[in-house]
Design a protein around this ligand. Structure first.
Ligand code: NDP
Length: 473
């Protein structure tokens, strides 16, 4: 049997197969890796200012194709407002790196060491080929989020976006070529086998995706002794304390749980609310969520887009059926809507418990279970009783109490009196805890240090070292 040379593309709004995605053969991925390894040598020798000038040109090339990028993202994801946020946010992030990277990687003068006649010079050496394997929920942003600082650091890039959402690839290739980056940034397309070929051809991997695939990627990288940055799934909790501003909490969580149809790693997927305000909070949440509408008719109207990946539909259906069979009640939504594509109406669930899949496992959909707790201690304990540790949110009227609670949560990014700030603020360092990931911070200027190895030049000023063997007679 001959291997398939393409994969069908599914439009999430219609459910129709309306295109084909070529599969880059493994041998071609390997050859591209070799080409990149060659090209990277000249790239790293350029000054960081020259490399950042190319990044600014990339931002310009994306900006001049803004509408075209939004259209291909719409075709792959079925949502419009988030596509605008994605394109504009990506352009802004590239411009920020172009401005900041030179100072972050600037070499300092040689330093005196504790041993008086020795000084040291710290230098950085880029990893030649950084492989990027990215998911389908923010296709463009998550393909570039690590690639851009890696390019600034002097690496070349071999990227494989998700097979579900690769329609932007030809357009990005065009923009890269226009920015003078075509030789140091190659994109390949395909599914898991292509991802494995990327790992084989790279010197470091940045993977964003599920825990299950992340484990396979981490193991493959470990076999090759190459570093892996793994940014994986979550089941982010929000804690609503009895002194919280209830209306703000409800509005923030309606956004933080349902933006992008809940298909964001940092989506709030569980709420623990203190009993005294549970009724008022739930009523406010239902009020806010009831105002959200599906974008079935017109992608630019309505806040909730379709379920992007066909593979998600049965997972969400199964979680909802399991929860309802075990006594959960949907105060809004609760049933998937099929119009060719499939929409998950924003669903607030009550009468749930921690043993239900919808509370325990990642949903990655617009489903939000609300759980009443007796006090702060129970809220913290139940929020932490998960294998994930991506991010969380605390709503509390007392700033000191909020901070004290936030410091007890086992997650890398905690929003206080807001939700999902880790998606909007990319300048504060954070790492993933537990199964949500591994590796250095993707956020903040320190993120760029993941792409260089530290090399120390240790310099003797001409003094005979006292530890040498006695001079030969
Ligand atoms: P997957 O893990 O299914 O896929 C991620 C990428 O890995 C895709 O490009 C996929 O290709 C590729 N892949 C699949 N199998 C292999 C393999 N064996 N070896 C190498 N690569 C492989 O994730 P999803 O695309 O479904 O994305 C959703 C997940 O991503 C959620 O769990 C979400 O929480 C997480 N995520 C995490 C973020 C974070 O920052 N922590 C941000 C965004 C999402 P293909 O799609 O073609 O099969």
């Amino acid at each position: 049997m001959t291997e398939a040379s393409s994969l069908p593309l599914r439009n999430p709004r219609t459910g129709a197969h309306d295109g084909d995605l070529p599969i880059t053969p493994a041998a071609e991925v390997a050859a591209l890796g070799q080409q990149l390894r060659q090209a990277q040598q000249g790239w790293e020798q350029q000054s960081i200012e020259q490399r950042c000038a190319c990044l600014s040109a990339l931002a310009d090339a994306l900006a001049s194709r803004r509408e075209a990028f939004m259209q291909v993202l719409l075709d792959d994801t079925g949502r419009w407002h988030e596509s605008a946020i994605e394109v504009d946010g990506t352009i802004a992030a590239i411009r920020r790196w172009a401005a900041q990277a030179p100072a972050v990687l600037a070499e300092k003068p040689a330093q005196a060491e504790a041993i008086g006649f020795i000084s040291s010079q710290q230098t950085w050496v880029a990893y030649p080929v950084v492989g990027i394997i990215s998911p389908w929920n923010f296709p463009l942003m998550l393909t570039l989020i690590d690639a851009v600082p890696a390019l600034a650091a002097g690496c070349s890039i071999l990227a494989k976006p998700s097979e579900v959402t690769s329609r932007f690839v030809p357009l990005l290739r065009e923009a890269l070529a226009e920015a003078g980056l075509g030789e140091v940034f190659k994109l390949v397309t395909g599914a898991g086998a292509t991802g494995q070929a990327v790992i084989e051809a790279s010197d470091q991997i940045c993977f964003t995706g599920s825990v299950a695939t992340g484990r396979k990627v981490g193991e493959a990288c470990a076999r090759r002794f190459i570093p892996a940055s793994l940014e994986l799934g979550g089941k982010d909790p929000a804690l609503v304390l009895s002194d919280a501003n209830i209306d703000n909490a409800a509005r923030a969580l309606a956004w933080g749980s349902f933006v992008n149809g809940g298909q964001s790693c940092m989506s709030i997927e569980r709420v623990y609310v203190e009993a005294p305000v549970a009724e008022a909070f739930t009523a406010a949440l239902v009020r806010e969520v009831s105002a959200l509408t599906l974008n079935c008719e017109d992608p630019a109207q309505g806040q909730i887009g379709p379920v992007i990946a066909a593979s998600q539909v049965e997972l969400v259906r199964g979680q909802l059926a399991d929860a309802k069979a075990r006594g959960a009640r949907a105060l809004t939504g609760g049933e998937l809507v099929e119009r060719g594509g499939v929409w998950c109406p924003p669903t607030v669930l009550v009468d749930v418990d921690d043993s239900m899949a919808v509370v325990r496992d990642e949903s990655f959909a617009s489903v939000l279970p609300v759980i009443v707790v007796k006090d702060e201690a129970e809220a913290v304990a139940r929020a932490n009783a998960t294998e994930f540790g991506l991010s969380a949110a605390v709503f509390c009227g007392d700033a000191q109490r909020a901070e004290r609670i936030a410091r007890q949560l086992h997650a890398g990014g905690i929003s206080i009196n807001d939700a999902c700030l880790t998606g909007m603020v990319q300048t504060a360092e954070k790492q993933s805890f537990k199964l949500s990931g591994m590796g250095g911070s993707r956020m903040g200027t320190a993120s760029i240090r993941r792409f260089v190895r530290a090399r120390a030049l240790l310099i003797n000023n001409g003094t005979a070292s006292p530890w040498w063997f006695p001079p030969a007679a």
